[in-house]
Design a binder for this molecule. Sequence first.
Ligand code: NAD
Length: 254
Amino acid sequence: MSLDAFRLDGRVAVVTGGGGGLGEGICHSLAAAGATIACVDLTEDKSLARVGDLRAAGASAIAVVADVSDSSSVEAMARRVRDELGGIDILVNNAAIYPARSWTEITEEEWDSVLATNVKGYFLCARACHASMAERGHGRIVNIASITLHGGWDKLLSYVTSKGGVLAFTRALAREIGPEGITVNCVAPGAFPTDAEKIHPDPEGYNQFVLDSQALKRRGTPEDIGNLITFLASDASSFITGQMIGIDGGWVMH
Ligand SMILES: NC(=O)c1ccc[n+]([C@@H]2O[C@H](COP(=O)([O-])OP(=O)(O)OC[C@H]3O[C@@H](n4cnc5c(N)ncnc54)[C@H](O)[C@@H]3O)[C@@H](O)[C@H]2O)c1
């Protein structure tokens, strides 16, 4: 048996939010499998820092500054990746924001910005990367959702709503785009200790709550996420589409 189907040599992967906490594991795992990485983030410091680490590890990577909620910025990002790297095979829609407050305190502007980044941004990036995937007759889109969509979460109404949208978006797009040989899946992480966790006022109590909730008694790592995404980006997952895969140490077991 050969493990070649798990390799990504010669493939180009766009990772949005690549400068963030889970972005680290996603970029490094995809690169370790052989992919060239376009690390997309809002600011140059974040995307350049990640690309510096990737290159130091021997990977091929470029940094692209783009706002996923803005269509002209996303189109320019995809154009640059195609021009510099020759095409796009893999899109990981990972960038998201997660303002936490009671639902009666959410302003209309904040609601709109969460949906614009976390849902519209996924659509804009998929649309911008699609032409290149269609040309190649092959493509992988992996969207990051969240286990919070199963049972809701206190003080995260706009975020949880957006993640429910990511699941529906994944399924609907998978049907429409499957005939072109492009798969669309999403992963639903549990709790990972990134900046996202800083919204919790009692870090130690939250850490214990997470460990008590999981079947596995260790915290998840960015590498855990990266490994799953690398599988979903590879030929080894070519008959899987429209699915959501939980990665939460055995928390919700949905
Ligand atoms: N960390 C967790 O526990 C957890 C749990 C469930 C789901 N998730 C999901 O995982 C993904 C990554 O989260 P993370 O924990 O790494 O958070 P993070 O805040 O560390 O990373 C998010 C990245 O997205 C970037 N970003 C935000 N808005 C952007 C925009 N408009 N355009 C381009 N980039 C933008 C940020 O600059 C940041 O680098 C998100 O989709 C998040 O919802 C995380």
